[in-house]
Design a binder for this molecule. Structure first.
Ligand code: HPA
Length: 278
């Protein structure tokens, strides 16, 4: 006998959305996903509602940081936002469908923009530790794509365009904000690999050769899914270690976190000002 089919991915997204909607059904201007060591921005949110991930039906739950994983809804720069405290990485063992599940749910909740940050290694020799790079393009080196499988037609097309994944008007506004505030920012190409190990010297050389300015292990899946739904995206990297020839040394997580902490105020400022302008 054929077993009852499991609840579909689209239905899981719908259930998670309805659960949150019962708690908050007002407007939402933006969704925010913050990277490793870059969560300070959340302290600027006037929190109206916090929902632990484990309470949300079908939401992935972080194994190591389950106490921290929650969705936060509140006011940032006068706008209603939903922020993820704790994101899901492919290297933790989640499938790409799990990694990007929250982006689908946030879209159903009504977000009009997505803001993403991450910690990344700097491949461009001009980059310094603790500096910021606005992502203007990416190279996807993950072994799995979140859109693989039957297309979710209700969300977007089978072959979504990826010729301009990062919103150009947000990029120019961010550059203007940085200029006004005297903040040094770069613009460049972010490449992502599955990790969790860092790269060999030969891999860093390869990544630079194929056109990457920074390297990390996140962001691209969420951006692909956001763009599938035609959601405008702004993404920014904190350069936490140097991966250019002559600068490569053993990466220690404490140093990555210290560099992220150094970059965080400028990053938060840019996102707060961009949110104000949406
Ligand atoms: N490589 C990959 N991911 C990273 C790095 C790196 O050097 N630094 C921070 N995230």
């Amino acid at each position: 006998m054929r077993e009852e089919p499991n609840i579909s991915y689209a239905e899981q997204i719908q259930h998670a959305f309805e659960f949150i909607q019962q708690k908050y059904d007002g407007p939402l201007d933006a969704g925010i996903i913050l990277g490793t060591g870059l969560g300070q921005l959340i302290q600027n949110i006037e929190i109206q509602l916090e929902i632990p991930y484990e309470d949300i039906p079908f939401f992935p739950v972080s194994t190591v940081e389950s106490h921290k994983g929650k969705l936060i809804i509140g006011i940032l720069s006068g706008k209603m936002v939903v922020a993820m405290q704790g994101r899901f990485h492919y290297y933790e063992g989640y499938s790409m469908k799990e990694v990007t599940f929250p982006v689908r749910v946030m879209k159903l909740l009504g977000i009009q923009h997505l803001f993403v940050s991450n910690a990344a290694g700097g491949l461009n020799p001009d980059y310094g530790i603790g500096e910021l790079m606005i992502i203007n393009d990416h190279i996807d080196l993950f072994p799995e794509n979140p859109l693989r499988g039957k297309n979710l037609d209700q969300f977007g097309v089978r072959f979504p365009d990826m010729s301009e994944p990062y919103d150009l008007s947000q990029i120019s506004k961010a550059l203007e904000i940085a200029g006004q505030q005297g903040l040094k920012v770069h613009q460049g190409v972010y490449a992502a690999v599955q990790g969790p190990n860092l790269e060999t010297k030969a891999e860093y050389k390869y990544l630079r050769t194929i056109g990457a300015d920074a390297i990390g292990m996140s962001t691209i899946p969420e951006v692909i899914v956001a763009r599938h739904m035609e959601l405008p995206v702004f993404a920014i990297s904190a350069i936490t270690d140097l991966c250019s020839p002559g600068n490569i040394k053993k990466v220690r997580i404490e140093e990555v976190l210290a560099a992220a902490a150094k970059a965080e105020p400028g990053m938060s400022l840019i996102i707060r000002e961009l949110v104000k302008l949406i």
